[in-house]
Design a protein around this ligand. Structure first.
Ligand code: CMC
Length: 436
């Protein structure tokens, strides 16, 4: 972050003295006005619900240009990472700043695979849940519970603890998601297989049983790896900001990541892939492609409360680059499984076509986001709809932990404490019960 050669001046129409504020430049993206001293200088706060114009931190991890539809992890375009690297290379990049060389990749993969098992007690903890519990309810519990199992890595101010908890989280998330799934279907848990790739091992833990051999399909393995890579980080989104805010109190990394899982669950964020697939299934039940026009009218009617799930994004005002890659994967997976005529895929294509030409969507710059196609891919692979967001959480864990560790290492970091514009009652006296 370096000082720009201009300053910002804030003046008031009531004659209060104006104040000058420093302006900083990043390596990419808009300059930021430093308002940290504003309250001390003016006695006033800024008002920005939803953080529409507020940079809450400096970060060197992920950059999004929403107008161009560009996503860079540590400077590398997502398209090149998704096609030229695997998820663990991407994890290495996000965590340590650089892609590994061949030796580094081997070492990192080995390190992660040494931590894929979870404490055997975890299954008893899991057993406390109802079999029909939502996987995200289970995941918030399991991830939070990791801090009760790994006492030796809970000091967020200790760099070694941060390092080992990062690896533990990345390594154990697939195991926990697969355990949550196996629990709901009543099948035995499958232990991780460290000879498989990260994505291959996840497929094995999800779909293998002790009764027969399970062969990982390379196409599905690649698809899962791509889902992970595309969801690995997305700068200061709601769940990442939650992790940072939670971690800013000095809480342990497992607790901070559990907070991120909870935030991700919402349908406006990670829950959108589940909501999107449910929406496609509802339209299908209504009559499918022939009902698309009718459905779109409801979406455009502000009183209906219906949104086109998987469309729109706070930052992207252009095609989400991840959606393009996911659409490619979607076609590959459906072809591999002989599902080219999948009615939900056809429906999604029809919805997308209409939305991209419709004035309502065009004028608001609403484009498909990553979740529009990721649900179809996951469903085709056999991942049940309620588990979609848990898969997103698994993939985003590396981003959360990289951002958390970046924050703790930042000398400017402070506990997060937003301010408010108070609009409630002014001071008043409590009346005795008989007089109220
Ligand atoms: N369907 C219909 N109208 C929409 C949609 C949509 N999916 N998204 C936005 N709009 C309208 C919105 O009603 C508003 O219209 P107007 O200006 O007339 O009031 C306008 O577009 C601007 O929307 P906004 O709500 O101010 O935008 P936002 O930045 O606050 O919300 C969003 C972004 C992602 C929450 C929203 O687009 C949405 O709810 N999309 C559907 C859910 C979804 O797919 N979420 C996944 C996001 S990507 C995965 C992730 O990173 O978590």
């Amino acid at each position: 972050m370096k000082l720009a050669d201009n300053k910002a001046t804030l003046s008031f129409s009531n004659g209060s003295p104006s104040v000058e504020m420093p302006v900083y430049q990043g390596s990419l993206g808009p300059d930021v006005i430093d308002i940290r001293k504003l309250y001390a200088q003016t006695g006033k706060f800024t008002y920005d619900p939803g953080f529409l114009s507020t940079a809450a931190c400096q970060s060197a991890i992920t950059y999004i240009d929403g107008d161009k539809g560009e996503l860079l992890y540590r400077g590398y375009p997502i398209e090149e990472l998704a096609t030229g690297c695997d998820f663990l290379e991407t994890c290495h990049l996000l965590l340590y700043g650089e892609l590994p060389n061949a030796e580094g990749k081997k070492k990192f993969s080995r390190l992660v695979s040494m931590h894929t098992m979870v404490n055997e007690q975890m299954q008893f903890f899991l057993r406390g849940f109802r079999r029909d519990a939502h996987p995200m309810a289970i995941m918030t519990g399991l991830v939070g519970a990791l801090s009760a199992f790994y006492h030796d890595s809970t000091d967020i101010n200790n760099p070694q603890h941060r390092d080992i908890s990062a690896i533990r989280l990345i390594a154990k998330m697939p195991t926990l998601v697969a355990m949550a799934y196996k629990y709901t279907v009543g099948q035995p848990y499958m232990y991780p297989r460290n000879d498989l790739s990260y994505a291959g091992n996840f497929l094995h833990m999800m779909f293998a049983t002790p009764c027969e051999d399970y062969k990982v399909s390379p196409v599905l393995e690649r698809a899962v790896d791509r889902i992970f890579t595309l969801h690995a980080d997305h700068e200061q989104n709601a769940s990442t900001s939650t992790v940072r805010l939670c971690g800013s109190s000095g809480t342990n990394p497992f607790a901070a990541i559990a907070a991120g899982v909870a935030c991700l669950w919402g349908p406006a964020h990670g829950g959108a892939n589940e909501a999107c697939l449910n929406m496609l299934e509802d339209i299908q039940k209504m009559g499918g492609v022939s009902k698309v026009g009718e459905f779109m009218e409801k979406v455009k009617d502000k009183n209906s409360g219906v949104k086109l799930m998987g469309f729109g994004h706070r930052v992207y005002k252009n095609y989400d680059p991840r959606a393009k890659l996911m659409q490619e994967t979607c076609k590959e997976v459906l072809a591999e499984l002989g599902l080219e005529n999948d009615p939900l895929f056809k429906l999604a294509m029809a919805l997308e076509k209409i939305a991209l030409e419709d004035e309502y969507f065009v004028s608001r710059k609403l484009y498909p986001n990553v979740d529009f196609y990721s649900g179809i891919v996951q469903r085709a692979i056999g991942i049940p709809v309620p588990l979609f967001t848990a898969v997103f959480a698994l993939a985003r864990t590396v981003g959360w932990i990289a951002q958390l560790n970046e924050m703790i290492g930042d000398p400017e970091y402070k506990i997060g404490r937003p301010r408010q514009l108070f609009t409630g009652s002014v001071r008043r006296e409590v009346q005795p019960l008989a007089k109220r």
